[in-house]
Ligand binder design. Structure first.
Ligand SMILES: Nc1ncnc2c1ncn2[C@@H]1O[C@H](COP(=O)(O)OP(=O)(O)O)[C@@H](O)[C@H]1O
Ligand SMILES: [Mg+2]
Length: 341
């Protein structure tokens, strides 16, 4: 088929990227459908949960695509297909499988990691980046759901070692939240707590049983032509422009790619970036420049440092935490009192 597809001319409006994070049964699929069907006329849903979204076919009008392999590049193909089929809104339910599901990024690394994890990630990271780019560049609104995992940390408390709960994090690559305009955590009572938003009206909101009303708020924001609250430090903006020129001069990023990259933040010009987005973009560009200007490889290199540990994709079961806590308590008891700090 020809890729030169003529479509109805539309007002240029930024596309929404919304993420809904929650445990099973919290309302990710339902809420995504309730918002999507109020946001646009044609809704497509990529289903990685064994067709479970199909149970809502009588509640909401949408088209359904079931995936059975969750390789990041399979998602890319599905997103491209959705664009060709002209959906107004695409739901990705869920994006977590591209990370920790069958054939997802972590499994792909494991499969290649017989030799060296570092070189396995070198192959898999571009696939995951392609998925992020497909989401950011999709010519429609995207609502992604993600499973929530509970994050834990080990802390010292008066000579005792304690396991403490930090909160919820989406099962996906660290930093995935930068790719979304609005993120909400949903709980078992279907309350959506907004944890990040470029839409000021939603700042710190907790929305019970979200649906049509939230869609209206989002539509107003998208139509306002002021998606990101401006206010970035002029020095930061200047450094971004400077890096842009350096990268272009080094042939690493073309100006066209650069302006496409701004779509990630729903702005057309550097000057429109919010403070947080400008900081994020600056960090990305600095990292890119460091890559480009890396000195040539040392002919007799030191052994490569171990790459940073990847975050665990799995929620740690409560039983394991309890067992670990019991072990730590035992150790605390076993130590003579004088040795405790
Ligand atoms: N926003 C909402 N408004 C009203 N009911 C909801 C909402 N979200 C979830 N529910 C109810 O909760 C049930 C489970 O939601 P579902 O989206 O399937 O959970 P998840 O996808 O997180 O596993 C739905 O069948 C619906 O009855
Ligand atoms: Mg679901």
């Amino acid at each position: 088929m020809s890729s030169y597809l003529f479509t109805d001319a539309k007002d240029e409006q930024p596309n929404l990227r919304l993420a809904i994070v929650g445990p099973e049964g919290s309302g990710k699929t339902w809420t995504a459908l309730a918002i999507a069907t109020n946001l646009g006329d044609r809704v497509g849903l990529i289903d990685t949960e064994n067709g479970s979204a199909a149970k809502y076919r009588r509640d909401f009008p949408f088209k359904h695509l079931k995936l059975s392999t969750f390789a990041p590049l399979t998602y890319v193909q599905a997103i491209e297909a959705a664009a060709t089929q002209g959906f107004d809104v695409l739901i990705i339910d869920s994006l977590s499988h591209a990370w920790s599901g069958k054939d997802g990024a972590l499994e792909q690394v494991d499969r290649r990691a017989a030799g060296n994890k570092f070189s396995a990630w070198r192959e898999v990271t571009p696939m995951h980046n392609a998925l992020v780019d497909a989401i950011v560049g999709a010519p429609m609104h995207v609502i992604a759901t993600m499973r929530a995992k509970t994050e834990y940390a080990v802390e010292q408390d008066g000579g005792k070692t304690k396991v403490v709960k930090l909160g919820l994090a989406p099962v996906q690559r660290d930093g995935i939240s930068y790719e979304f305009d609005v993120i909400g955590d949903i709980d078992q009572n279907h309350n959506l707590r907004i944890t990040k938003t470029r839409c000021r009206e939603l700042d710190n909101e907790v929305i019970p049983k979200p649906g049509a009303e939230l869609a209206e708020t989002l539509k107003r924001w998208l139509g306002s032509g002021d998606p990101a609250p401006p206010g970035a430090d002029p020095d930061v903006l200047e450094r971004i422009r400077d890096l842009e020129e350096k990268l272009a001069a080094a042939g690493a990023v073309s100006l066209q790619q650069f302006s496409q990259g701004l779509r990630r933040y729903n702005v057309k010009a550097v000057a429109d970036l919010s403070a947080a987005d400008a900081t994020d973009l600056l960090a990305r560009l600095e990292a890119k420049l460091a890559q480009v200007t890396e000195p040539p490889a040392d002919p007799d290199p030191e052994p490569a440092p171990e790459p940073a540990a990847e975050p665990s994709p799995y929620q740690i079961p409560e039983a394991v935490i309890a067992e670990r806590q019991a072990q730590l308590d035992e150790q605390n008891k076993a130590r003579p009192a004088g040795s405790r700090k």
